[in-house]
Design a protein around this ligand. Structure first.
Ligand code: NAD
Ligand code: UFG
Length: 337
């Protein structure tokens, strides 16, 4: 039995591949390398000492997905494949709706064809409406502010409906908070194309000299130092959460949404200072205007993950900052030579 990993060459996918292999699972990866490189997969093999099949294919290609699942005896799927840049999704919404919705629909149809009944889906804290109280619990009100977020919201609905219609189907909707850091080896990590949208890669690319300075988006939020607060989670903790979700999917039928976060919020300046202290390096920054769409404070209530998955985040803020820098400083240009 094997697990199909769509988007398995990406940031979270590659770390999850590694955890699954280390736990003795067989995997098969499908990625179109739209935002990744097969080099990440080669490094996962190097780190684990294991090989696995991988295909350059589109997760919207229903026939190909069915063929791969059949060939490799797949019995569950982790669906990471998707486009994830919030700003880009506002500029080219149709590309986001097409890629992120069609891939899920075609994957579900391919699963139906070959009789695969378990799916773990990459959802996001972005599905929570901005008017919830923190910490966010899974029963919070849903609602989005950008096309990327709506693709996650709609995918959740599609998957819930599919699980209502097919009583044999199990769907676990994992709502990630803010993944950061890298595997402790520094061999795999996040390699955003172009200018990073997210805080941590921007900090580490500034520290390594690829960016002149960080712009802190606003210091007049209602937080302890005026800068935005988020729930940063080490990507290896997140990857372990997927192993736990694969096991959990064996225990029930239907759908369930679960937060993967630490339950602790840190501000932008907390992150800058923690990164500087952990790595003994300066991160030049300026205070700029607020980024449209950002809110004061987002962090999770992680209790359900502990109860249902038997999982909780273990890595510290220092681990996140150290491992982010270990990856960035050894791979200043990511996977590019
Ligand atoms: P990533 O871009 O590194 O990984 C996504 C992978 O999917 C990439 O390798 C990309 O090439 C691939 N892909 C995209 N469209 C595809 C398609 N049609 N067919 C085949 N492959 C395709 O992103 P990530 O940070 O690893 O995120 C993984 C998932 O988690 C995404 O669905 C993302 O929306 C979600 N997520 C990410 C974050 C975050 O902050 N990183 C937060 C919440 C949710
Ligand atoms: N920030 C800066 N400067 C930067 C980048 C970010 O000050 O150059 C600030 C933001 O204003 C925010 C915080 O750093 O206060 C975190 O911003 P990110 O862009 O790293 O993360 P977001 O919380 O905005 O969004 C991320 C993902 C979304 C996902 C969401 C919840 O980008 O896709 O987490 O999971 F939906």
């Amino acid at each position: 039995m094997s697990i199909l990993i769509t988007g398995g060459a990406g940031y979270i996918g590659s770390h999850t591949d590694l955890c699954l292999l280390n736990e003795g699972y067989d995997i098969v990866v499908v990625d179109n390398y739209d935002n990744s490189s097969p080099e990440a997969l080669r490094r996962v093999m190097e780190l684990t000492g294991k090989t696995f099949p991988y295909y350059e294919a589109d997760a919207c290609d229903e026939e190909k997905l069915a063929e791969i699942m059949k060939k490799h005896g797949v019995d569950s799927v982790i669906h990471f494949a998707g486009l994830k840049a919030v700003g880009e999704s506002v500029r080219i919404p149709l590309r986001y709706y097409e890629n992120n919705l069609l891939s899920t629909i075609r994957l579900l149809k391919a699963m139906e064809t070959v009789g695969v009944k378990k799916m773990i889906f990459s959802s996001s804290a972005t599905v929570y409406s901005a008017d919830n109280q923190v910490p966010l619990t899974e029963t919070g009100k849903l609602g989005c502010t950008n096309p990327y977020g709506w693709t996650k919201y709609m995918n959740e609905q599609i998957l819930r409906d599919a699980a209502v219609a097919d009583k044999e189907l199990t769907v676990v909707l994992l709502r990630y908070f803010n993944p950061v850091g890298a595997h402790e080896s520094g061999r795999i990590g996040e390699d955003p194309s172009g200018i990073p949208n997210n805080l941590m890669p921007y900090i580490s690319q500034t520290a390594v000299g690829r960016r002149d300075h960080l712009t802190v988006y606003g210091n007049d939020y209602n937080t302890h130092d005026g800068t935005g607060v988020r729930d940063y989670i080490h990507v290896m903790d997140l990857a372990r959460g997927h192993v736990a979700a694969v096991r959990y999917a064996d225990t029930f039928k239907g759908s369930d949404a679960i937060n993967l976060g630490t339950g602790v919020g840190y501000s932008v300046l907390d992150m800058v200072h923690a990164f500087e202290e952990a790595n003994h390096i300066k991160v030049p920054y300026v205070i700029g205007a607020r980024r449209p769409g950002d809110i004061d404070t987002v962090y999770s209530n992680p209790a359900k993950a502990k109860e249902k998955l038997g999982w909780q985040a273990e890595k510290t803020l220092v681990d996140m900052c150290r491992d982010q820098w270990n990856w960035q400083s050894h791979n200043p240009n990511g996977y590019a030579k």
